[in-house]
Design a protein around this ligand. Sequence first.
Ligand SMILES: *Cc1c(COP(=O)(O)O)cnc(C)c1O
Length: 367
Amino acid sequence: MILMNDFKAESPELRDDMLDAARRVLESGWYVLGNEVINFERQWATACGVAHAVGVGNGMDAIEIALRGLGIGSGDEVVTTPITAFATVLAIIRSGATPVLADINPETALLSIDSAARCITPQTKAVVLVHLYGQIRGMDAWTAFCCKHGIALVEDCAQAHLAAWNGQVAGSFGQVGAYSFYPTKNLGAPGDAGILVTQDEAIAKRATVLRNYGQSVRYHHPELGLNSRLDEIQAAMLSVRLKWLPGFTQRRSEIAAAYHANISHPQIRLLAAPEEVASHVNHLFVIICEKRDMLQAYLQLHGVQTLIHYPVPVHWQEPCLNLQCDPKGLKNSEKHAATCLSLPCHPQMTNEDVATVIAAVNRFEAP
Ligand SMILES: *Cc1c(COP(=O)(O)O)cnc(C)c1O
């Protein structure tokens, strides 16, 4: 079976380096928020081209802390997409703000700027822009849009590690960028981890307070924060894996290029190729098929595991049935959820695996 992720197939060299890093942390006797975290924060800020990075417990908390760091909360509205990990919207709700869902562009599955415009009210304080599937597009339009409406841009970069647009890295366009290092992400820890990046020193300071119970100096709590600290062992693992990230991203892009060149089927559509100025980091390779469920079953039968990102749009999740949405509806999102399918696209795949996936997709016949 060709899997969606295959950590056990990673190089023994990488495994050995991770074991050395684990030993280093255990022998240091310091386990939470120490030098490994400071060191990784510095490396990640540099990689993103920003002044500050603040390590946190996971990607969802990074979004919540980003919003709270911007002073966004109760009574404020935040526009985002219904085609995302549930964590994006849950983080907005947990910040105290009200999510408002805009529709997607069907060619890319990314938030539609026209639909977002219909969602703006005097209460709107931010857009959480999700760089879905590793894509980064239209960033000048989004920064101009947020500037025009006087609202913040928060980038959800959980699927777009170091994706770049015109040479500028994801997370550095808005006031804050939020990354997840959940194991399956392009840069993943062997556990939960996340980080937020910003050019703004005041937001970075506020985030370091919020991640640690709202504690400013020891035992003094000027506000109510979270327990969302980054472990030393995860930071040490991430420092090791960061060295492998460029090679992994390169391999993902080779696989995606092979899919783009060779998948050809009258009933299957691919999402739009990346913009000229953008580097898509191919976290997920998504195809569109009206007979999606049959295609998924067919591929499973022919040794190819697939997943659906995402089968249920956020506005159809039980706690979200009454959320505010684009007054024109979320038809493109609903259609996407019913027809999208993610093919395996991870760095451990061999050329033979890639050829097997292509052949299986091209041979699909709907009964
Ligand atoms: C994974 C993911 C998150 C949440 O990250 P966690 O580390 O799992 O909390 C948020 N947004 C998107 C788009 C994601 O893919």
